[in-house]
Every structure is written in C-alpha cells, then in structure tokens.
Design a protein around this ligand. Structure first.
Ligand SMILES: C[S@@+](CC[C@H](N)C(=O)[O-])C[C@H]1O[C@@H](n2cnc3c(N)ncnc32)[C@H](O)[C@@H]1O
Length: 268
C-alpha cells in the first residue's frame, strides 16, 4: 500500500505544475487529497477483461450502479459487457435466482490474493480461495485423498467444492480449504496405497509449519477479535489492518482444522 501511495505521490509531483487547469487543481489541491481521491476512485473501479479483436485487455472501469455491488467469492451476479453505439454497455446479470431483499454481489478480482484486494479495495477475507500458504515443501500429503475427503473437484487452477458429493448441510469446505488443496505440498502416485503412519507424520509436520506461521504474529486470533470488540470507535484504517492480520490467522487455523479432518477421515 505504501508503494501505491508513493506511485500516486510521484504522479502528483510530476504532473501538478503551474500549467495544470485550475479545475483539476481545485479537485486535488494537495498530495494528500490527491492520494485520497485516487484511493476512492480505485475502490469503486471494477476490473473487467475486455476483448477487442484478438486483444484481451484488463479494463478498470467506474460503472454507475455496478459500483454499488459488494464483493463475494461466491457471487450471485456477474458483469457482462458489449459494444453498443460506439460505447461499452455493461449489464449486471444474475447467475441464479435472487430473492427480494437478498444482497446482490459480484466477484471483484478473480485469482488475486488478499493483499491485492486490500490494496485496491481496502478489505480482506479469511476465505479467499486464491490466497496461498508458503509451505517449505518438506512434508507432503496424498493429493487425491485430500481432494476426495473434501469433495473437491476440478483442476488445480479451478478447484471447486462439489456440493453434490457432499453430505447435506456439510458446509466446512470454503475458500480456505480450496486454497489448502491448491497450495499444500502433495504427492500423487497412481495406485500406490497410503501408508497411514507416513501420511499422519506429514499431516503433523504441515500443521507444525502452520503453527510456526501463527507464532510469528504478535497476537493470536482470539486477541485480535477481543481488540476489535473493545474498540468500537477505532479508526477505520486501524480496524481494517487488524482484520487483515486476523483473516490471515483464521485462514491458517482453518487449514490446520482441515488437516485434522483429513487425518480422521482418511486413516481410519
Ligand atoms: C464498489 S464499492 C461497493 C459498494 C460500497 N459498499 C458502497 O456502499 O458504496 C467497493 C467498496 O465496498 C466495500 N466492500 C465491498 N465488498 C466488501 C466485502 N466483501 N467485505 C468488506 N468490504 C467490502 C469496500 O470498502 C470496497 O472498497
């Protein structure tokens, strides 16, 4: 975020010379106000891939009405665009039936980790399926077994929870577990059977790595939660920063829990 601010500041310093029209000067009269304005514009921009001929471009657009939609990793709407009368027309399509009073959501950025959501939109999530965990790669769990325990289908870049295979009401699998499937070091060797004791050892080592990651934070997730509850009047930036680190911890804790469940379900 600091880098983003520096970039905005550099832009300001380079471009706000005496020749700039008065109107613009009034809108962003000092660097602080300019940085604020850039952040506001960025947080209301929506990223769309626009194909023009053979060229696919990432377009960041300010789209009235669409900018009122909040983000979800399981959105019920998506944006659709087309050229009309030499303009781009953007439509909000519902991907499913939406009941009266239900919130409409879209996915702001597919494939991006929390730090990018934070930088662009000022929030994070503990169930971002695109986050990652930097495991050392020394311990490995059996990929197909892990996937089947959690009814995860698809290819690594597109894993999804196959709810038709899951028991009714079982909603343990979320983005954190999908990320675990994608980023846990795994092995897969055709029909070679699992050796329970080795698999259990690997699970333990991976959980220990997760615990080490958690130990590097100055606070625990319970302490963060207490902090948030005890400071209802906290500045927005402070609250967001605490939530950001809390989300990371909740995420790692969920992976530890998923490994526990994996062990229980696969080995006995
Ligand atoms: C395009 S606006 C969405 C509409 C906005 N909530 C409003 O009331 O105008 C994007 C901003 O909404 C908030 N936001 C959207 N989705 C969110 C989510 N899932 N969790 C937390 N904040 C979210 C963030 O502050 C973000 O910068």
């Amino acid at each position: 975020m600091k880098n983003q601010q520096l970039r905005a500041l550099e832009f300001w310093e380079k471009n706000w010379h005496s020749g700039v029209p008065l109107k613009i000067k009034r809108l962003a009269r000092d660097p602080e106000r300019f940085i604020w304005a850039v952040s506001i514009a960025q947080s209301r921009c929506i990223n769309m891939q626009v194909r023009i001929g053979a060229l696919v471009q990432d377009a960041n657009m300010l789209i009235p009405y669409a900018d009122m939609l909040n983000h979800s990793f399981q959105p019920n709407c998506f944006l659709h665009w087309r050229f009309k009368d030499r303009m781009v027309e953007v439509m909000i399509n519902a991907g499913q039936r939406i009941r009266k009073g239900e919130e409409m959501t879209i996915n702001y950025m597919n494939g991006q980790q929390n730090q990018m959501l934070m930088q662009r939109y000022g929030f994070s999530s503990s169930v971002n399926p695109w986050d990652s965990i930097p495991f050392s790669g020394n311990a490995h769990v059996h990929l197909d077994s892990f996937l089947s325990v959690f009814n995860i289908s698809g290819l690594p870049g597109e894993y999804y929870h196959n709810s038709q295979l899951a028991d009714k009401g079982d909603n343990f699998v979320d983005g954190a577990v999908i990320t675990a499937a994608r980023t846990l070091p795994t092995w897969s060797d055709g029909d070679v059977p699992l050796i329970p004791s080795m698999e259990r050892k690997a699970v333990k080592e991976l959980q220990e790595e997760c615990q080490q990651m958690l130990a590097q934070f100055p606070t625990t997730s319970a302490q963060d939660q207490k902090l948030l509850e005890s400071m209802p009047e906290a500045r927005r930036t402070l609250e967001t920063a605490i939530k950001y680190r809390l989300h990371r911890k909740l995420f790692i804790e969920k992976v530890i829990e998923a490994l526990d469940i994996y062990q229980e379900r696969i080995l006995f």
